[in-house]
Design a binder for this molecule. Structure first.
Ligand code: SIN
Ligand code: MN
Length: 356
């Protein structure tokens, strides 16, 4: 309840702090035509200008064709398949709220949360040195592995449909947007990610906008060169010009109700990584380790190097199998959480890292 009012408050701040601005947090409840009227009003009254606004019709059309050439889309997942995947996304949210994931797996913001699996990287305000090109991968093992359900329910169908090659994906990110949530204009860093970039949309339809400029307080977005519909269950592939030469974003006015996307990418073999910070053990930790404490074994396996700020993460988790419903966390000591499996698996299995 408190969270809801905080979100409403934030949306209000974002969208109502100027008389010109439209309150999109409530407009989605109104009729479609009223919605559309509000949208165009939003653009007309308060949008900043982008470099594309100076193009004449012919130049704009040329740009549009180049963007379109780098996009392919297909509605691959049925509503039933979507429902199954959405349940899994909900489970990820629950596990994250339980504090099960590693620190760099989860990035929370008021209107959107991100969950990084397989690989994670520094971006936005996390960057020590700001600006594109400065993104760095976290150390291997600093984020959780790609859950088996993502491989089974999402990646496998994409490979079977020959949309992406087998074994290509080594990074999966879930973005979970609340109404009014957005992702500002960006290009997925090409020194980090191979192309194509694949994504699959869930929960509700939204749109990916190309070539927009954002301005803030209140948040406003320029007219897109292209606003690409993203229906539920739809796979979108970006490559070429669409991935490399023009920014993409999700505008707040295009997130009418909760929406999630699973972004599937391949991290380049030569992508730069943050340098490892070597953990120096305190004498008491060394003693525990020598005694063969399970949690410490897990911790050592998990990450030979800790980032300096992840001490609070040490040995925090052991996670379970795909049968997420059967899991419950048990507090073993103040630092360690263990996931117990109630599906009759032998207890020694609880020490093997498995995906959720
Ligand atoms: C992104 O490119 O970061 C997000 C795209 C989406 O939400 O579909
Ligand atoms: Mn992107």
């Amino acid at each position: 309840m408190e969270t809801n009012s905080l979100q409403a408050d934030l949306r209000e701040k974002l969208f109502k702090s100027s008389a010109k601005c439209i309150d999109i947090s409530t407009s989605y409840k109104k009729s479609k035509s009223s919605n559309q009227r509000k949208k165009s009003e939003y653009t007309r009254k308060s949008a900043p200008k982008s470099k594309y606004d100076d193009l004449n019709n012919e130049e704009r059309e040329e740009e549009l064709q180049k963007v379109k050439a780098g996009i392919s889309q297909r509605v691959l997942f049925t509503p039933e398949q979507c429902r199954d995947i959405e349940k899994k996304i909900d489970k990820v949210v629950k596990l994250s709220e339980m504090g099960i994931y590693k620190k760099h797996t989860v990035d929370r913001a008021p209107l959107r949360n991100k969950y990084f699996f397989g690989e994670g990287y520094t971006y936005g305000s996390q960057l020590e040195k700001k600006g594109p090109g400065n993104e760095r991968l976290y150390c291997k093992g600093d984020v959780d592995e790609i859950p088996t359900w993502i491989h089974r329910l999402v990646v496998k169908p994409l490979c079977e449909a020959k949309i992406i090659p087998e074994g290509f994906i080594n990074s999966a990110v879930i973005n979970d947007y609340k109404p009014g949530g957005c992702i500002v204009s960006h290009i997925d860093p090409f020194h980090i990610f191979e192309r194509p970039i694949a994504s699959v949309s869930f929960f509700s339809e939204s749109a990916l906008s190309f070539g927009c400029r954002f301005s803030f307080k209140p948040i406003r977005v320029s007219k897109p060169v292209l606003s690409l519909p993203l229906p539920r269950g739809c796979v979108t592939l970006l490559s070429g010009f669409a991935a490399d030469e023009i920014t993409h974003c999700v505008r707040p006015e295009d997130v009418i109700s909760r929406r999630a996307v699973i972004i599937l990418r391949r991290v380049r073999d030569d992508a730069p990584r943050l340098p490892p910070v070597i953990q120096t053990d305190s004498p008491s930790r060394k003693r525990t380790k020598e005694k063969g404490n399970h949690a410490d074994k897990v911790e050592v396996n998990r990450c030979n190097y800790f980032s300096s700020s992840s001490e609070d993460e040490a040995g925090k988790r052991e996670d379970g199998y795909d049968s997420g419903d059967a899991m419950r966390p048990v507090k073993v000591n103040s630092k360690v959480k263990v996931i117990c499996l109630s599906d009759g698996l032998p207890s020694h299995n609880s020490l093997q890292r498995k995906d959720i």
